[in-house]
Design a binder for this molecule. Structure first.
Ligand SMILES: CC(C)(COP(=O)(O)OP(=O)(O)OC[C@H]1O[C@@H](n2cnc3c(N)ncnc32)[C@H](O)[C@@H]1OP(=O)(O)O)[C@@H](O)C(=O)NCCC(=O)NCCS
Length: 151
């Protein structure tokens, strides 16, 4: 894939993306990667938001969202971009598209405290730390819970 001539598009994802999504999850999250069955659920369960960034017909990034409508709250459940495609605005575009698709006044997500790049992205996109979940991740690292109040 030629990066210089291939702007990305954001599209709805489906079960057909499960193979590429699995590869993405492994690259992005390693020990935290969702098992196959959870990926399939994210791509098929009714009511969930599932969007992919596409270049030349290939998935280069993915975001999942789950809106708790009774609480007026949307959750970003996963977001990742292949390393070769990072720092080109794909992550922020996926995040913004999921916020719009969930259409809730508040959006939350959680992130490893040490994941400085992702925390930087979220701060830049208007998220603020609101909670800390102790020992949430494999290996015992805390999760920083961040929230954005949408205009
Ligand atoms: C986090 C992630 C999705 C960002 O995707 P991306 O396509 O690189 O994001 P963008 O290009 O939209 O980045 C926008 C801004 O976020 C910040 N940012 C993103 N990655 C960063 C990094 N590694 N270091 C510092 N700042 C970073 C910067 O402010 C960046 O703007 P800049 O490139 O002009 O400096 C991507 O790095 C990724 O997939 N990481 C592995 C999986 C992961 O950690 N997911 C988040 C779990 S909560």
């Amino acid at each position: 894939m030629d990066k210089s001539s291939s702007p990305f598009k954001i599209e709805a994802a489906s079960w057909r993306d499960v193979g590429e999504l699995r590869t993405l999850e492994q690259e992005c999250f390693g020990q935290d990667a969702w098992p196959f069955i959870e990926l399939l659920a994210a791509l098929t369960f009714p009511g969930l938001v599932r969007l992919k960034a596409v270049v030349d017909g290939h998935l280069v990034g993915f975001v999942g969202g789950d809106a708790e409508r009774e609480n007026n709250l949307g959750w970003i459940t996963t977001i990742g971009v292949f390393a070769a495609w990072r720092r080109q605005g794909i992550g922020s575009s996926l995040l913004n598209a999921a916020e719009v698709a969930m259409n809730q006044p508040k959006v939350r997500l959680c992130v490893r405290k040490s994941n400085a790049g992702a925390v930087d992205l979220y701060l830049r996109e208007g998220y603020k730390p609101v909670d800390l979940w102790k020992s949430y991740y494999v290996g015992g690292e805390d999760a920083l819970v961040m929230e954005k109040v949408r205009d």
